[in-house]
Design a protein. Sequence first.
Length: 288
Amino acid sequence: MSDPNNNVTAAAIGLSRQRAALVRAGGGWSLPAAPVARGGLPQPIARDALQQQVGLPAAIDRLSGVYSGDEGLLIVYTASLDSGEPRAGVSFFAPNELPAPIEPPLHAAALADWAASYLHGFSTTRYCPRCGGARLSAQEKYGRPRMTCATCGYIFFRDPKVGAGVFIEEDGRVLLIRRGVNPGMDLWCLPSGFVEHDESPEKAAVREAKEETGLDVRLGALMGLHSYWDAARGNGILILYHAQAAGGALAPGDDAKEARYFSRQELPPPEQIAFRTHRIVLDEWQRR
């Protein structure tokens, strides 16, 4: 038996449209993975292995789990994959359609945990965030299975994320930013971001506009509410406001590479707009 401490591997569950990318390995399937040398950092190694073996840009989302067995130690992350054509020998599988066999066994264990979390309708922490006690397990609560702590009774309610953004229009042109991070690296979107726990949607919209465009904005009327779902961000709601620039200087900041105004005729094509909800809003504006 090998010493797990001397045999460490990093892997990533690369997700696209809630499907995991697996690589054909002999007569079975495996996660994209690579060994971690002594002193190496597992997260960038997992990301690089995913990108090289799947052939698509990737961004690590979070640590999924650490698994040990006879073959050593496996550190697994979940990651978001950009759209595109993967390499030959790569296929995508939904949580309830995982193939067999999956080798080595630690890869199968990691994918089983991932599939179980998604089939319950959410992905969440393994242990109770209130008492740190027993592993959360699905129990019927309030009309559906919910992850519940057997020790203290805590119920983990997984709520949708709330985002806020601004639609800044000037002289018949709309302000967009080009993203500098995944998901949607190098694609365009409206200035927007997630609402922090201690702020209102209005404050979040103003803050995100300042961080991403350098502009102080004055909010106008509510423009619309949009729901979305994707593997990178989960289930969420975008609250979008009309806004006007009221100060500052236009300059990309935070996670933006570029910020510029577009007329209706100049808008980037739909495939260059990062998010479905933003594409819908811009399409409606362009057709008006």
